[in-house]
Design a protein around this ligand. Structure first.
Ligand SMILES: [Fe+2]
Length: 408
């Protein structure tokens, strides 16, 4: 390619959030989809480049969301009410891109009839469909396979998907009551009936099966899947760690991420072992856990959590970043790193993505505030604009006129 063929442009008049500071009233030049330069006053040839005027907005790196399970609810919004995957895919993508997410790891549970979409055949089809739909997406779509270690059939469904390259991140879950997320049987029963509309007979059956499999076969399933994942360079997360002992056991198996640790002790042990600790952004936004477990902001402010994921709420990373900054006084660049550079590092992607730095993919968003609530106005992926709602569009929104009163 000659220099004539290169496409070079800039975003100016923005507060650029880099990994180490905020460059006030700055600009960024982009060449062929790659960030070229970050500065404050464009000079010479740069000053003549075609430009997007950010009008004083924030320029944030695209968020890399390692765990969002909203695709399950988008596909099956009510038990046994299924929506075509393609419709669910584009609907959810719009919600994600509208909140600054540029790489999404769709989290799908491989847990037979217990969680998520209620059939293993269907989960397998969904993963394959997501894979092909990804090429038509505006953002980067990947798959996070969540394996419930007490599920006897799911291992056989997930293993070939790993072999065939359809899984980009693997996690190991154990929702057996008495440990982890549900330390009391009653907590598990309440969650299963409220979230998945399970009746008490079904719940009792799940518990009995889980306890039996956990004792005899779970370790073999874990071994089989983790070996396959490691052979392909797929990172593995442990889910709902509750003790330092469990973290240590996971680390010994080559697991490098701890997602949703339920105690400060587990989060600290994982951090000290140099595992990446992922916490839920909705927990930060709400100010606590829905299961009365670890408060994510406590873990973050204690330096034992480094990564935000949107979990069940696609808009939550954006709001958690600004909550950490405005409510908890965290420097903006540190809060933003939790949604971009830190997840990129956790997956070994930091040389090409995860921050507004020269040489990296031009994945970023322009964000304006309504008071302290962030609103995304533009998003770029690989230097291509994939969302534009209009500069200051929210300011043009007016309240519906009261009956009989014409607003001026
Ligand atoms: Fe969990």
């Amino acid at each position: 390619m000659t220099s004539r063929d290169t496409h070079r442009w800039m975003v100016r008049n923005v507060n650029v959030v880099t990994p180490v500071e905020v460059v006030r009233d700055g600009y960024v030049t982009i060449r062929d989809g790659i960030i070229e330069h970050v500065g404050t006053t464009p000079a010479g040839e740069e000053a003549t480049l075609p430009s997007v005027d950010g009008q004083g907005s924030w320029l944030l790196p695209g968020f890399i969301d390692l765990h969002n399970d909203a695709i399950e609810k988008e596909i099956e919004p009510r038990p046994n009410a299924f929506i075509p995957v393609e419709i669910a895919f584009f609907a959810l993508e719009h919600r994600l891109v509208s909140h600054g997410v540029t790489s999404i790891y769709h989290s799908l549970s491989f847990a037979s009839n217990e969680f998520g979409v209620r059939s293993l055949d269907r989960v397998e089809t969904i993963v394959r469909e997501l894979h092909s739909l990804g090429a038509a997406g505006r953002i980067r779509h990947l798959v996070h396979g969540r394996y419930e270690i007490t599920d006897e059939r799911a291992c056989d469904v997930l293993a070939p998907l790993i072999d065939d390259g359809f899984i980009d991140l693997l996690s190991l879950m154990d929702h057996t009551p008495g440990q982890g997320q549900f330390r009391q049987l009653e907590d598990y029963a309440n969650f299963m009936s409220a979230t998945y509309q399970r009746d008490r007979t079904e719940i009792a059956k799940f518990v009995e099966q889980k306890q039996a499999v956990r004792e005899v076969a779970a370790l073999a399933y874990i071994e089989r899947l983790t070996c396959k994942a490691k052979a392909r360079g797929i990172r593995i997360a442990s889910h709902d760690d509750d003790t330092a002992r469990k973290v240590q056991m996971m680390q010994e198996r080559g697991i490098t991420l701890s997602e949703f640790p339920v105690t400060l002790e587990a989060a600290r042990a994982a951090t000290e072992s140099e595992m990446g600790v992922i916490v839920g952004a909705p927990n930060v936004v709400r100010g606590g856990s829905t299961s009365n477990n670890l408060k994510a902001s406590d873990a973050i402010l204690n330096g034992v959590a480094q990564i935000l994921c949107s979990d069940y709420m696609p808009s939550s990373i954006l709001h958690a970043v600004f909550t950490l900054h405005f409510r908890h006084g965290m420097p903006m660049y540190e809060a933003v790193n939790m949604a971009s550079l830190n997840p990129a590092r956790a997956l070994g992607l930091e040389s090409t993505s995860g921050s507004i730095s020269p040489g990296k993919l031009a994945d970023f968003s322009l964000v304006r505030l309504h008071q302290k609530t962030p609103i995304v106005e533009r998003v770029f992926v690989g230097g291509t604009q994939v969302l534009y709602v209009g500069d200051g569009a929210h300011k043009r929104a007016v309240q519906p006129a009261k009956q009989g009163v014409v607003q001026s």
